[in-house]
Design a protein around this ligand. Structure first.
Ligand SMILES: NC(=O)c1ccc[n+]([C@@H]2O[C@H](COP(=O)([O-])OP(=O)(O)OC[C@H]3O[C@@H](n4cnc5c(N)ncnc54)[C@H](O)[C@@H]3O)[C@@H](O)[C@H]2O)c1
Length: 363
């Protein structure tokens, strides 16, 4: 009788102990055939508590020691933005697959080096675009697959907070560590959702503005924030708004704020305007129901459909499941992170346009 071979478990090292690191640790640990064998982070009590409660056998203070292990298949990166690049390069260069938090890097040039490294090493580089995996976003995606709403010529995509600067003075508000404010933090998610729903057009040029009215005055901080590091300074924008032109002739209005005198504590909105129909995602204050509207004409009259879509937590798990499946498939010729690189190039162009007060092209 032929013996059935059990596949080797996938061995993962997780770097970072904040929201991102903990979410990745729990998602990887929950998957069958995946073992988190190493954890790194600089808050010793949290490192001990997480490693013990999740049964992770090896702990490190510095990412370099974790990445130096020669028995890891995957490195998961959940650390301040400026560390994504060195960790990814070291991990890919030593033959590991990488699951990286968004943004890929603080700048497009660094993101390019990461994608090049993945292609050279022939290893997967996947990015945590978890919001695209929200059930309501996926519902709209399915609706668009099944219904023709004509050419989608414009999208409005925004994430705005009333007082939600994550850690005023932490790494998030340090330009070198973060790369920017809400446009580099929340912008990648909102750009990703819009491009995903519009069938991946290329952004060709950007005209943008950015402001720092509240953060610069020490206002608009999120209470109870636990983010780490930083220089106690506020060096980034707290609001940015951009008009993006697309190679399809269409456009996207992308807007993000960490702090502004807006209506809600937090709202995420995506509106798609098609030639014969429309769709809207509106998530007010982390609502998990009643977030989708579809617009059409029924028997000659404007009609609004309100589908009942519930949004469970756990969209990080969905993207990590897909990443693990890609690694296991052995087929990843398309999975070097190029699509995330384009998002990074667009965010670069937003900052350049805002700084130079002119429309700039996206390379
Ligand atoms: N996809 C999402 O929804 C989402 C949500 C939150 C954060 N993020 C991203 O995740 C990343 C981390 O954000 P966070 O909120 O968890 O930050 P955080 O400040 O809460 O945690 C950062 C962690 O990095 C660790 N770290 C820093 N330097 C290190 C080093 N040299 N070696 C080892 N560990 C080191 C710190 O010890 C800490 O545990 C950022 O890129 C952020 O943009 C993504």
């Amino acid at each position: 009788m032929a013996l059935e071979r059990t596949p080797q478990p996938l061995r993962v090292g997780v770097v970072g102990l904040g929201f991102a690191g903990t979410t990745a640790l729990d998602a990887f640990s929950s998957l069958p055939g995946v073992e988190v064998v190493a954890l790194a982070g600089q808050e010793q009590p949290r490192l001990d508590e997480l490693a013990e409660s999740r049964g992770v056998p090896n702990r490190y203070h510095d990412w370099e020691d974790l990445v130096a292990r020669d028995d890891l298949d995957v490195v998961s990166i959940g650390v301040p933005n400026h560390l994504h690049h060195p960790i990814a390069l070291a991990a890919l260069g030593s033959g590991k697959h990488v699951f990286c938090e968004k943004p890929l890097a603080p700048t497009g040039a660094l993101a390019q080096e990461m994608v090049d490294a993945a292609r050279t090493a022939n290893r997967v580089l996947e990015i945590a675009f978890n919001h695209r995996r929200r059930a309501d976003v996926q519902y709209i995606r399915r609706y668009l697959d099944e219904h023709d709403i004509g050419r989608i010529y414009h999208a409005r995509s925004s994430w705005r907070r009333r007082a939600g600067i994550p850690g005023l003075g932490s790494w998030f508000t340090n330009r070198q560590m973060a790369g920017g404010g809400p446009m580099v933090d929340l912008g990648p998610h909102m750009l990703d959702i819009a491009l995903h729903l519009m069938d991946e057009p290329r952004v060709t040029s950007v005209s943008a503005v950015a402001y720092e009215e509240l953060g610069r005055a020490g206002r608009g901080g999120r209470s109870g924030s636990t983010t780490t590091g930083g220089t106690r300074t506020f060096e980034v924008e707290d609001f940015a708004s951009a008009l993006l032109r697309l190679d399809t002739g269409g456009s996207i209005h992308l807007e993000t704020s960490w702090a502004s005198y807006s209506a809600d504590e937090e709202d995420i909105a995506v509106e798609l305007l098609g030639a014969t129909g429309g769709a809207r995602l509106f998530v007010r204050n982390y609502a998990t129901d009643d977030t989708v509207r579809l617009y059409s004409d029924v028997a000659g009259a404007p009609a609004v459909t309100a589908p009942e879509v519930h949004v469970p937590a756990g969209h990080h798990l969905a993207v990590i499941e897909e990443f693990v499946a890609t690694v296991r498939s052995g087929e990843w010729a398309d999975a070097y992170g190029d699509y995330a690189l384009h998002r990074s190039r667009v965010i670069d162009a937003v900052y350049q346009s805002a700084a130079e007060h002119r429309e700039v092209e996206v390379p």
